[in-house]
Design a protein around this ligand. Structure first.
Ligand code: PLP
Length: 406
């Protein structure tokens, strides 16, 4: 095919998508067709280094061969039984996930938002049955600028108008407090408080790292006031910040920890609520479920995704290469840069506000072979797969430097 023909193919596909698809996204005009490791290729054959990694779902790199093999093998054997019957993958998935994360119990779901909803239900149930909160009075404290998914209960306590506007009325019982402010958290706790839901680093808000000690204090306050601490690690978990779970940075354990995204290495939606015995035992047979949750295909894929994450030291790599990339980005001499922040390979570069937004810079990076996503106008998030090498990290920083100094 000639270049013109293939370029027409991208245009044709974009036109088709625009004609039939709901317009709930506004993607960059790049049509991808193949991926391997940190790279993806568009329909014209142009290669890009993927600095979004599907919002951290592809921590293990695109199409990791061991996950492909596990998925293909399981897909030819048994995919779905429903939880009406047992399957031979779920127990092994439970054992491996709980051993790795030092959890007593796990509850499998599919999307991250479903894991969040599950945790909210479990915490409320615990609140009524164990803590003794009066019927329908349970309160859950959430953080401003949070992102926990797109379901109705969850968007109802978002502080981003584009997320909640036009979708009410919303479920009551959620109390917002400023993120990173432990005193505000303590002031909001009362006898009806059953849980505090928090991201250890706020991802969608623009990679916001809370003050040192915040998560540790939050843990202490929750213990002191008999409140369930729910850490949403759907994005920060599974190596993204240079630890298996971001909670480990402050040496804490949540009562409920939510994982998703990279739990399947980006192959298939798999999420889970990790818990201690006391909180999870509030849920009894028939009170919660999912047709696809815990299916054998999901379990086989997730087992392989966890195995390669550990065996190939992707978590250590995230810590080392993340620190190197952050230092390289921070050393760029440009008055366009307001701040470089983040942990491990969960990084962001915030531009000064007078530049009028980050999107043109993402487009310039796209021309140079890097795919990035702007967030909240002025911030470019940088979260490549955790298999990134030192050379690739240095190359990314060079491209940023070229674009920022142009
Ligand atoms: C992405 C994300 C979710 C939602 O996950 P989905 O799979 O899109 O439903 C929830 N919480 C956090 C912190 C996330 O980053």
């Amino acid at each position: 095919m000639t270049d013109t023909l293939t370029r027409d193919r991208a245009a044709d596909l974009i036109a088709l998508e625009t004609l039939y698809g709901a317009t709930n996204y506004k993607p960059l005009d790049v049509v991808l067709t193949r991926g391997e490791g940190v790279y993806v290729w568009d329909v014209n054959g142009k290669r890009y280094l993927d600095c979004l990694a599907a919002y951290s779902a592809v921590n293990q790199g695109h199409c990791h061969p061991k996950i492909v093999a596990a998925m293909v093998e399981q897909a030819g054997r048994l995919t779905l039984t429903s939880r009406a019957f047992r399957n031979d993958q779920l127990p092994l998935f439970y054992e491996e996930l709980c051993t790795l994360t030092k959890s007593h119990k796990a509850l499998p779901m599919n999307s991250g938002a479903e894991a969040v909803e599950t945790a909210l239900k479990v915490a409320r149930k615990w609140g009524y049955e164990v803590k003794g909160v009066a019927k329908d009075r349970a309160e859950i404290i959430v953080c401003k600028q949070n992102f926990h998914g797109r379901t109705l209960a969850v968007v109802g306590f978002s502080s981003d108008p584009s997320t909640y506007r036009g979708f009410g009325p919303f479920a009551p019982g959620f109390v917002p407090v400023p993120y990173g402010d432990a005193a505000a958290l303590e002031a909001a706790i009362n006898e009806n408080t059953v849980a505090f839901l928090v991201e250890p680093i706020q991802g969608e808000a623009g990679v916001i790292v809370p003050p040192a000690g915040y998560m540790k204090t939050a843990r202490e306050l929750c213990t002191k006031h008999n409140v369930v601490l729910i850490c949403d690690e759907v994005q920060t978990g599974l190596g993204r910040t240079g630890k298996l779970l971001a909670e480990e940075h402050e040496g804490i354990e949540a009562d409920l920890t939510l994982v998703g995204k990279a739990l399947s290495g980006g192959f298939y939606p798999v999420s889970a609520v990790l818990s201690n015995d006391e909180v999870m035992s509030a849920i009894k047979p028939g009170e919660h479920g999912s047709t696809f949750g815990g299916n054998p295909l999901a379990c086989a894929v997730a087992r392989a995704a966890l195995k390669v994450l550990i065996e190939e030291d992707m978590i250590g790599n995230s810590e080392r290469i993340g620190a190197r990339l952050k230092a390289n980005l921070a050393s760029i001499k440009s008055d366009k840069v307001k701040e470089v922040r983040g942990r491990g390979l969960m990084l962001a570069l915030e531009l000064t506000e007078d530049l009028g937004g980050a999107r043109p810079y993402c487009e310039a990076l796209q021309h140079r072979g890097i795919l990035c996503k702007d967030t909240h106008d002025h911030t470019i998030r940088i979260s490549p797969p955790l298999v990134l090498t030192a050379d690739q990290a240095d190359w990314i920083a060079e491209q940023f430097e070229a674009v920022l100094r142009a």
